[in-house]
Design a protein around this ligand. Sequence first.
Ligand code: GTP
Ligand code: SPV
Ligand code: MN
Length: 630
Amino acid sequence: MKLSDLKHAKLKKWVEDFAALTQPDEVVICDGSPAQYDALEDAAVKDGLAIRLNEEKKPHSVLFRSDPSDVARVEKRTFIASKKEEDAGPTNNWIDPTELKKEMTDLYRGCMKGRKMYVIPFSMGPLGSPIAKIGVELTDSAYVVMNMMIMTRVGVKVLDLLGTDGYFVPCYHSVGKPLAPGESDHGVWPCAPIDHKFISQFPETREIWSYGSGYGGNALLGKKCLALRIATVLARDEGWLAEHMLILKVTNPEGRCRYVTGAFPSACGKTNLAMLKSTIPGWSIETVGDDIAWMKFGPDGYLHAINPEAGFFGVAPGTSMKSNPNALIAASKNTIFTNVGLTKDGDVWWEGIGYDAPGELIDWNGNPWTQNKEDKTQKPCAHPNSRFTAPAYQCPCIAKEWEDPAGVPISAILFGGRRPNTIPLVHMSRDWNHGVFLGSIVGSEITAATLDQKVGTVRRDPFAMLPFCGYNMGDYFQHWIDIGKNAPDPKKLPRIFYVNWFRKDKDGHFMWPGYGDNSRVLKWVFQCCDGTAKTVDTPIGIMPALDGFDKPSEVSDETMKTLLSVDVDGWLKEVEDIKTNHYPKFGKHLPKELAAFLDTLEKSLKAEKAGEAEPAKKGGHCGCHCGKKN
Ligand code: GTP
Ligand code: SPV
Ligand code: MN
């Protein structure tokens, strides 16, 4: 397919203009065919950028190694370029859009010399779904094209849907490394230095301009840039929700199912929860999505979610046959691995894969590496943010309705993060607005999924959306409140929960086994939605009664009690931190309802501490929003 074959005049002109600016040797239209994917793979192998893996161990799969400076999203170089700084809000980096476009246009000038420019027409969401959105990414990275072909729906089908004048979100991308005549990459991952990297969103004109990075969310522009930052703006204007959430289906022993979404910050367990293998007999989990959910009210009055993606860009380290067999099976063929270790026989290896490294490996930097378990300071073989890109349909537990254009009706929404203390295993909000309050106060330890932040320190990450909200976060809180207010039937709104799998004991060990055992929390969530859960009222919300919670046998009664009790002093510190360091940032954009919840929480914690509170009431709340007591 050639540029002249494009029937959409505006699209064709837009491509031509960017090609005139960036000056590639050639323009290639991505038709989405397997033959085109294979040709890209062959070229990447020939250029030394990719290594073909052993065909028996990992059929049709490759390994890429990125530049050590280009291994994750860069939040400091991510910009929301709204006309007014106030519209980007206190949690985003802002640059005036006119200035930013000028600076980036200068960077784009001639940046594709010696390279091909690929035109990727893609759909976020099942083709033709009323919830789906179309984008077109222009990029000079074959790696990006291959990943987009797995992560989104790409090609002629999308162009057909666009017709001659359909709307698309325009997305520019360049690795920012032009080649001199005759020069090739010679196996070196192309990218630009850090202060030339820009991941820019223009919310008013709904444009994405990315420059200088080839990695993940910086470069696969359908994912965080379109499906979250730009989509949050569309969702605000159109009355729906674009969220950093997994979507799962949970089925109880009677065969009844419910759908649950969950927002946890990057590398905090979405993929693992979405694919978990239940440890409770009779209960099963299936996957609808592992990273992003778009939710809209359906004609039935329920909030329906679709997964706008078509693949998983999953964290490799820690993924094993024990922790997440479904992810390993999904990534067993037709997969792109990035920055993992390579074994002598052409297979992949990473920390936490479930078995020792077989002999001498090549690490993610391309250097020889032999495991030394005695050496606690040994550098890892796989980068902590190394990833697999695998097609969703290959996941053994993918739900049959995962591509249903109507989406799945959501019963419950979970919020969570990595919190070594204070936050209990699970509690439920009293109502929708209280749930919005819980989302707004989420905090989490920073992980390796972002490059320029201090790993391990706790920061507020409201709704797990800190790096992904395309407008003022205070207005985003208000949008969540408005969604509740405008619900066609408030009784059909999802229940909202706050979970924490990452509580640690005094020796620094996780107190909760997590992974498959998180099904026990999902069971309680399911029962809360049914109104059959055993609950207790506490100052922070509704919690499981100890005798009504399905405890794993290896967890002691003592530990379970700690995991399911309110740490009053810890929570008072939490309140103080929110009051001093978090909420004031939003100024007049902070919804008054949220400030009121914080006051109420502080009062009830203080009353509890003073021993004035009524003793916790067993079964004080049926767990749903109907007001019925059980
Ligand atoms: P992104 O793709 O960055 O958005 O990450 P994610 O939220 O999908 O996180 P993922 O499921 O890939 O998990 C990230 C890391 O957390 C992995 O190393 C997991 O092994 C670990 N992890 C996930 N679930 C649990 C859990 O229940 N308990 C513990 N202790 N670790 C977990
Ligand atoms: C995340 O960081 O939340 C990811 C990986 O899902 S990336 O696509 O790089 O954003
Ligand atoms: Mn993510």
